[in-house]
Design a protein around this ligand. Structure first.
Ligand code: AP5
Length: 192
């Protein structure tokens, strides 16, 4: 069972690389952003709350996210060889909660893979995606807020996972396939 965190700033390529990891390794995929967007589409109470935070480039409160994550993991994770956590954790509190949740189930995170991409490239990718997909948080003002939130609240997790001994840095510039082969080297080196 290989649980893997794919980590990086908005636009780093987490979703893109997750798709390839799912195909090659048969991993499940938990994208907290996708879970929230699905709730928004369905017009649930959670969706209404989440939309306000997402459109303002802010994080949804930790307590809410931790509850959501645990229930998605239990309903979905057990059918796969492991799960990719995409967009979670995003704060130290979420990382601690994830560890406790997995410990309780006798599971663990095998690797945290950080995709590192320069900020001008992140902005370019997201602005372009916004034009095509119409994602409401892909406009320049909200992208800048999301990047600030990433630096302030999420980037400290790199040190946190370094101390856990499972942080792997990956150069996130290049073609999608080039980056994927860097990720495969890491996954293939993990113990079963
Ligand atoms: P979320 O959906 O997680 O968005 P994000 O982290 O901002 O990440 P993105 O989906 O924007 O980027 P990505 O790294 O997946 O890149 P992608 O592969 O799509 O979260 C959205 C919001 O939900 C948050 O702001 C927050 O409000 C809330 N939220 C979610 N999780 C939360 C949590 N745990 N706690 C609290 N709040 C939470 O690629 C981006 C673009 O680049 C695409 O167009 C792609 O085609 C292109 N691209 C990819 N790779 C390359 C490449 N190698 N070269 C050129 N272009 C590329």
């Amino acid at each position: 069972m290989k649980n893997i965190i794919i980590f990086g700033a908005p636009g780093a390529g987490k979703g893109t690389q997750s798709e390839k990891m799912i195909e090659k390794y048969g991993l499940g995929h938990i994208s907290t952003g996708d879970v929230l967007r699905d709730q928004i589409k369905k017009g649930t109470e959670l969706g209404v709350t989440a939309k306000k935070y997402i459109d303002d480039g802010k994080l949804i409160p930790d307590d809410l996210m931790v509850d959501i994550l645990a229930s998605v993991y239990d309903s979905y994770g057990k059918d796969h060889n492991g799960v990719i956590f995409d967009g979670f954790p995003r704060t130290i509190k979420q990382a601690e909660a994830l560890k406790a949740m997995l410990d309780k189930r006798g599971h663990k995170v095998a690797a945290m893979i950080e995709l590192s991409v320069p900020e001008d490239e992140l902005v370019k990718r997201l602005v372009n995606r916004g034009k095509i997909s119409g994602r409401s948080d892909d406009n320049e003002e909200t992208i800048q807020k999301r990047l600030n939130v990433y630096h302030e609240q999420t980037a400290p997790l790199i040190d946190w996972y370094d101390k856990e001994g499972i942080h792997h840095h990956v150069e996130g510039l290049g073609t999608v396939d080039e980056i994927f082969s860097r990720i495969c080297e890491i996954i293939d080196s993990l113990d079963d």
